[in-house]
Design a protein around this ligand. Structure first.
Ligand code: PLP
Length: 515
């Protein structure tokens, strides 16, 4: 493709994107295809001769779009939203136009410096204190592809920090004037397998996954309904003390602000208070979904921002969920950048540069497991400048308002109940015939079965998309349904429509159950 062909194809692509968005509310949110639909339509190997680009471009509409689940549809209420905006589409295109892997400052100074600047904008927008800002010279932030990557990176940093502490306690002396500690194999071998990670039964699978990747155990501390599924300081303390009594070494806690299942907020203040007795334990706060809501000052206290600022070693918020930024854009901020660089800086000669040697620049490869990295900051830069703080806040408030309006409707229902207090833009509910007196003695297992039936019915539909979850607690396990708002194109009439469908399907399930 030459420049003029690109110009033409590029305009055509923008036209088809505009058509897609102009019609998105009329397209069923879920893909109506069966497994293998695309594999069956594509050749088994790449074509020998190059093909006309216009034919290839048409195939996107013909073959790919039918298999797309429309996350930007106003009727998408599953998982959490994955906002996309036109600003980001343009940003991604521009980033591709200068495609480079940006691992060192010298690879493209703009990539590193824009990231430094916008991550600090984001940290300030969310109310993270100066200790997390790059301009502090001690802390700082980086953009990663996912909250899971942030958690894994925090895990590596925490493990290496714990082993360095153990080396120091065992008399190992710093190997240079900067106080760098080399962890001897003897220390690594003796202690590595004693390290333990903590979270709760509500922690995203990233906790257990990091544990698998590090080859260490993950303690999923139980939560209770009484605490709204939040991890408490007392439960964490009990788990930590039990492990210490067995000769094990707690080194990392994953606390969550806005859990996946119910949007619960772990008791960060209590957890931090407990960890003051174990100062070498690393606290990572996963605020993947709810973190952007710190942009609303009135939500900072209920989301325990003070605790985050006071106690967390690292923090993550996904702007690619509810934060108007097209996937992928996870903000990962740390209070001490050396926690990352002392674990991840591996510098052969071919990666050195005079600027890095002089200590005047950041080489982001030393803040993450991978070497190469995408130019993600340009998306966030475009979003924060286009929307401004006020526009960003209005977007969040719209999702929260939809949730509050829906809450009123569900509360009036004689058949449905809200299971946990709605969190920001997330409602968790279930059908409960016991709400009407005549069926008052229905048991937990039967309730779960009824709600599984309801979810199966909803899941067979293509016009709305909701997700299920099971809430594990000390008291009982509950099968429930989640409805997550906050889509860029969602209006309250779309929420009302979704709820009407839920009620209709609920009626059918109930009439079958009674029969
Ligand atoms: N943490 C929480 C609380 C989440 O809800 C999710 C995804 O929904 C994640 C982490 C995982 O995010 P990512 O896909 O960016 O790894």
């Amino acid at each position: 493709m030459d420049i003029e062909q690109f110009r033409k194809a590029g305009y055509a692509a923008v036209d088809s994107i505009c058509d897609y968005y102009a019609n998105i509310q009329n397209v069923p949110v879920k893909a109506q295809v069966q497994p293998g639909y695309l594999i069956d339509q594509l050749p088994t190997s790449a074509p020998e001769d190059g093909q006309e680009f216009s034919t290839i471009q048409q195939d996107f509409g013909k073959l790919i779009l039918p298999g797309i689940t429309h996350w930007q549809s106003p009727s998408f209420f599953a998982y959490f939203p994955s906002n996309s905006t036109f600003e980001c589409m343009i940003a991604d295109m521009l980033a591709s136009s200068v495609s480079n892997p940006g691992f060192n400052w010298i690879c493209s100074p703009a990539c590193t410096e824009l990231e430094q600047v916008v991550v600090e904008w984001a940290a300030k927008l969310l109310g993270l204190e100066k200790t997390f800002w790059g301009s502090s010279g001690v802390g700082g932030g980086v953009i990663m592809g996912s909250a899971s990557d942030c958690a894994f990176t925090a895990g590596i940093a925490a493990r290496e920090r714990a082993l360095r502490d153990l080396a120091l306690q065992n008399g190992v002396k710093p190997s240079d004037k900067n106080g760098q500690i080399e962890i001897p194999d003897t220390i690594r071998n003796e202690y590595s397998q004693k390290l333990v990670i903590y979270g709760s039964t509500q922690t995203h699978s990233l906790g257990a996954k990091t544990a698998v990747m590090l080859g260490l155990p993950f303690r999923a501390v139980p939560v209770s309904i009484e605490d709204n599924y939040a991890l408490t300081g007392a439960s964490l303390k009990e788990a930590i003390e039990a492990d210490i009594a067995q000769g094990l070494i707690p080194f990392l806690v994953y606390a969550t602000v806005g859990t996946t299942s119910t949007g619960a907020v772990d008791k960060i203040d209590e957890i931090g208070g407990v960890l003051t007795n174990y100062p070498t334990v690393f606290l990572h706060v996963d605020a993947a979904w709810a973190g952007v809501a710190y942009a609303l000052p009135e939500y900072r206290a209920p989301l325990e921002l003070n605790g985050v600022n006071k106690y967390a070693d690292s923090f993550c918020a996904n702007f690619h969920k509810w934060g108007l930024t097209t996937f992928d854009c996870s903000i990962f901020c740390v209070k001490n950048r050396k926690d990352l660089t002392q674990a991840l800086d591996v510098t052969p000669t071919y990666l050195r540069s005079k600027e890095a040697d002089a200590g005047t620049v950041i080489d982001y490869r030393n803040w993450q497991p991978a070497l190469g990295r995408r130019f993600r900051s340009i998306k966030l830069w475009f979003v924060l400048r286009s929307y401004g703080v006020k526009g960003f806040q209005q977007h969040l408030l719209r999702g929260i308002e939809h949730c509050q309006q829906l809450e009123k409707i569900v509360k009036q229902s004689s058949k449905f109940e809200i299971v946990t207090p709605p969190s920001l833009a997330l409602i968790v509910f279930r059908l409960n015939p016991a709400k009407s007196q005549e069926n008052a003695n229905i048991d937990d297992d039967e309730l779960n079965l009824i709600n599984q039936k309801l979810f199966t019915a909803l899941d067979l539909r293509y016009d709305i998309f909701l997700t299920q979850t099971v809430l594990h607690s000390k008291e009982r396990n509950m099968f429930v349904i989640r409805l997550a708002m906050g889509g860029v194109h969602t209006k309250f009439s779309d929420v009302e429509n979704a709820w009407r469908i839920v009620e209709e399907e609920g009626e059918k399930v109930l009439s079958e159950w009674k029969a």
